[in-house]
Structures are given as structure tokens and as C-alpha cells.
Design a protein around this ligand. Structure first.
Ligand code: UD1
Ligand code: CA
Length: 460
């Protein structure tokens, strides 16, 4: 099926009354990422024609959050009073494209993965189904709607837990909360859902309406019940954190990634990690970070929107943002790479070094206590301890250029704009404010004086 035909309805209006947080539950974070963020990250990968988000309870919190993600083709529909999932979908049908396949997903089901959704969509289209639901067989079906089938195994209805007879409660097959339905038939039949004795309109009543009208409802079974955990209670919310860790750990093991402390590892959805990477405790990988083969992140590191090259080592207590680090390079301990760096191969950036908007050539070394900002550094450069590129004059930022094989003596102040030519050297403690020609020494030290027989004043 072409995704041009795909419309998505994400149900996010509920009050989460069972959680008692007084917040829409879709904005609750699980290990740092909200439920709605997790759903949208997946749904965006389907490239749908549009995603309609039904909001209601404290809707501004949901819409404001979603806007920060900058996804395309998102529409919001408001469900002022939350009269059930059927009522929420009714609110959205006015926004549907005339002839589309509609994927309806509960907003409180954050672990449905992209493969499962894609499998469901292709099942739906291959079988020319008009209505497909995902079902699951959890160890404990409590709380879920049970699937009722006839003797020919055809789906007849879904009965919610609270409406189940004691016999129906024994049914193991449950509604996972993912539906695919033809838009024309959805629009035609959704109106027929009646208010039930709980004063709600259940989306699940649509199954029976289809069945009664001779329209087959098909199902796709989902083996891993953890993918369909929905967050209703405080215990569900707590469990979701553990499941999230479990999924990440399993994915790492499968891909030969070694985690020394899975409990403290955090990773965003779009982070890519190659095989043979090892990761120590308290590591947070965010945004579009990529860790290439054989790299080692030793621990207590924060890496956001950055690439760490093959075989490179990030020593403990290092922060790296918006930077590219090449291969066989060592960063840290206690290094701070701010956005905009391109740090090439076989480089050493040591402790208490801050680098911003700079490019560092192969084999250069900045081993200790330096600030390098707005700098273009060549290859084989050595930066002595305490060096500062003075890039800011209080009004504007200026560039420093350090050419190949320059040796910068310790505690040099390089007042930008400035260029140190190839093979040049600066004397320790110098303050340089003009370009240094290639192959020369720049030194601004005052002449050393020795006063003989100097006695310090005695202590009182
Ligand atoms: C629902 C299903 C149940 C299924 C389970 C799977 C119904 C009637 N029941 O139950 O069969 O097994 O999900 O997870 O659909 N929402 C709205 N507006 C409303 C009410 C809810 O947008 O008026 C949203 C909620 O924010 C939530 C989603 O719909 O994201 C599901 O609602 P929830 O109340 O959690 O349904 P369940 O009781 O879990
Ligand atoms: Ca739920």
C-alpha cells in the first residue's frame, strides 16, 4: 500500500484518571522520552499523508509539546469532553482523506514498534481487509478488551473487561489497541456506535457493527506482549520503564554492543550504534548520535547529535554536543565538546579541554586545560597546557588558524583573529596578537630577572 493513502489517528485526549497525575498521560516521560514522542517517532517513519492527533484533557500541553518535534503533516482535533475512544475517533473523521486506509492507535501504547506496524499494514493490504485489528495473548489479560470469535473463528466483538462475564474473562486473546480500517466504511459505520451503560462510546463496538453488516474483521497476532503494554495505572507506568530498558538491552546484545550497566544507559530512538561498541555506566546518547564500530564510551558521558568514529575512546565525564569525532581519537576525561566541531583521526583531547566550532586536523594533541574556539587547526599540532584562543573581544567572535605542525607552548594566549604559520612555535606564557610567520618563534615573555640573596619577610 502506498503511504500516500495512509491517514493516522492517534488517540491522546484521555484524562489518565487512574494515574492521578492531573496531566495528559501521553506527555509522561519513560526514561526521558514522552509517550507521544515515542509514538510519533515511529509513525513519522511510515511517511503518512497525515497524522490526526485527538487531544482533550489539558490539550495545550500536548499540542505545545508536539510542535517542538517539527513533524510534517500533523493535524490536531479537539475532543472537549472525553466520552470514550469511539467518540474520539468520531471527532477525527471530518479530517480524513476521502479514500484512505486509517491506522488508529491508542496514545498510551508507547512500545509498538515500527516493524509491527508495517507488518500490520502489509497484512491489511495483502488480504484486502476492510478492518484489521492487532491482538495479543498476554500472560495476564486483565484490563484489556477480550476478543470474541464464533465457531468459524471469525471475530464477532470485543468486550471490555468491566463488561465481561466471568466466562469471557477467561479469554486469553485481547485487543492490543491498533486498528486498520477503510476510511469510507469507518465514516459510514462510526455513527452507529451507541452510548453504552457507562455513558461512553467505545471504539471497540465498531467490531461488532462491522461483523453484523457482513464485513469481516481480521486480526494480526502480536507475539511479544510487551510491545502492547498500555499505561493505565501507576504500576503500568513503573513497569514501562523496566520494559524500555529490557528492549534496549536486548537490542544491544543482538547487535554485539556491550553494556556494563544496562540500568543506567539511556538512548534516544534515532541513535545508531555499530557492533563491538562498549558502553560503561551512566551513558546518555541523544538525538541523531552515531557510535561507530569498536568505539568505547567509558562512562558518565553525555553525547548529543554527534558521531564518534571507529575505535575512538570517550573517557569518563565527557560531554559532546553537535560534533563529529573521527576514528582512533581519544576525548576526555572531563572534556567538553560544544556544538560545531569536526575533530578528525588519531587525535588526543585530554582533561579540562573545551572546544567549540573548531576543526582539528589528524594527529593533533590538546592534552590538558585549554579553550579552543572558532579555530581551524591543521595536522600534527601540539597545544600546551593552559592555552586559550581568545576568540571574543566583547563584541564579536574571531577566528584562530593554527597551521600544520605548530607547537603552542603552555599558557599561550592567542588573541584572535590570528594565524600561526606552519611549523611555528610559541614560547610558554606568551600573549600573541599578530600573525606568526611559518617556521618562526613567537614569544612575548618579559626578560627574566634574578635578585640575589632575596629573603622573604618573616611570618608574624
Ligand atoms: C482500550 C480498549 C481495549 C484495549 C486497550 C488496549 C476501548 C473501549 N478499549 O482500553 O479494548 O484492550 O485499549 O490498550 O477502546 N482516549 C481518548 N478519548 C477518550 C478516551 C480515551 O482520546 O474519550 C485515548 C486515551 O488517551 C488513550 C486511548 O484513547 O490514549 C485508550 O484509552 P484508554 O482509556 O486507556 O482505554 P483502555 O481502557 O486501556
Ligand atoms: Ca489504556
Amino acid at each position: 500500500m502506498s503511504n500516500k493513502n495512509l491517514n493516522i489517528i492517534l488517540l491522546c485526549a484521555g484524562k489518565s484518571s487512574r494515574l492521578k497525575f492531573n496531566l495528559p498521560k501521553v506527555i509522561l516521560p519513560i526514561n526521558g522520552r514522552t509517550l507521544i514522542e515515542r509514538s510519533l517517532e515511529n509513525l513519522d517513519k511510515l511517511n503518512p499523508k497525515k497524522t490526526i492527533i485527538v487531544t482533550g484533557f489539558r490539550d495545550d500541553l500536548v499540542t505545545n509539546l508536539v510542535k517542538t518535534f517539527h513533524y510534517k503533516n500533523i493535524e490536531f482535533v479537539s475532543q472537549k469532553t472525553q466520552l470514550g475512544t469511539g467518540h474520539a475517533v468520531k471527532r477525527a473523521i471530518g479530517s480524513l482523506d476521502k479514500s484512505s486506509t486509517v491506522l488508529i492507535l491508542n496514545g498510551d501504547t508507547p512500545f509498538v514498534d515500527i516493524d509491527t506496524i508495517k507488518q500490520s499494514i502489509s497484512f491489511h493490504s495483502k488480504n484486502k481487509s476492510v478492518f484489521t485489528i492487532a491482538t495479543s495473548f498476554p500472560k495476564d489479560p486483565k484490563g484489556y478488551g477480550r476478543i470474541l470469535r464464533d465457531n468459524d473463528n471469525q471475530i464477532l466483538d470485543i468486550v471490555e473487561e468491566r463488561d465481561c462475564s466471568s466466562e469471557q474473562k477467561l479469554i486469553k486473546e485481547v485487543n492490543a489497541g491498533l486498528y486498520l480500517v477503510d476510511s469510507v466504511l469507518l465514516i459510514k459505520h462510526i455513527k452507529k456506535i451507541k452510548k453504552n451503560k457507562n455513558s461512553e462510546y467505545y471504539l471497540t463496538d465498531l467490531i461488532n457493527i462491522f461483523a453484523r453488516n457482513g464485513l469481516d474483521v481480521n486480526s494480526i497476532p502480536i507475539k511479544d506482549e510487551r510491545k502492547f503494554i498500555n499505561i493505565n495505572t501507576f504500576d503500568d507506568y513503573k513497569y514501562a520503564h523496566d520494559i524500555d530498558k529490557m528492549f534496549i538491552y536486548e537490542e544491544c546484545i543482538k547487535n554485539n554492543i556491550f553494556l556494563s550497566d544496562p540500568g543506567t544507559f539511556q538512548k534516544d530512538f534515532n541513535v545508531k550504534i555499530s557492533k563491538n561498541v562498549s558502553i560503561g555506566p551512566n551513558v546518555i546518547l541523544k538525538g541523531k548520535t552515531e557510535i561507530k564500530e569498536g568505539a568505547r564510551i567509558e562512562g558518565n558521558a553525555y553525547i548529543d547529535d554527534s558521531t564518534i568514529g571507529r575505535g575512538s575512546i570517550v573517557k569518563p565525564f565527557t560531554s559532546i554536543e553537535g560534533s563529529i569525532v573521527g576514528s582512533m581519537t581519544q576525548i576526555g576525561p572531563f572534556a567538553n565538546l560544544r556544538p560545531g566541531n569536526n575533530i578528525k583521526d588519531n587525535i588526543k583531547v585530554g582533561n579540562f579541554v573545551e572546544i567549540k566550532k573548531s576543526s582539528i586536523g589528524n594527529r593533533s594533541k590538546i592534552p590538558h586545560l585549554s579553550y579552543i574556539g572558532d579555530t581551524e587547526m591543521g595536522t600534527g599540532v601540539n597545544i600546551g597546557a593552559g592555552t586559550i584562543t581568545c576568540n571574543y573581544d566583547g563584541v564579536s567572535k574571531h577566528k584562530t588558524i593554527i597551521e600544520d605542525n605548530v607547537f603552542v607552548g603552555s599558557d599561550s594566549m592567542l588573541i584572535a583573529p590570528i594565524k600561526l604559520g606552519k611549523n611555528s612555535t610559541t614560547g610558554a606564557g606568551s600573549v600573541l596578537s599578530s600573525d606568526l610567520p611559518a617556521d618562526s618563534l613567537g614569544v612575548t615573555r618579559t626578560k627574566e630577572k634574578h635578585i640575589k640573596n632575596w629573603k622573604r619577610r618573616p611570618k608574624k
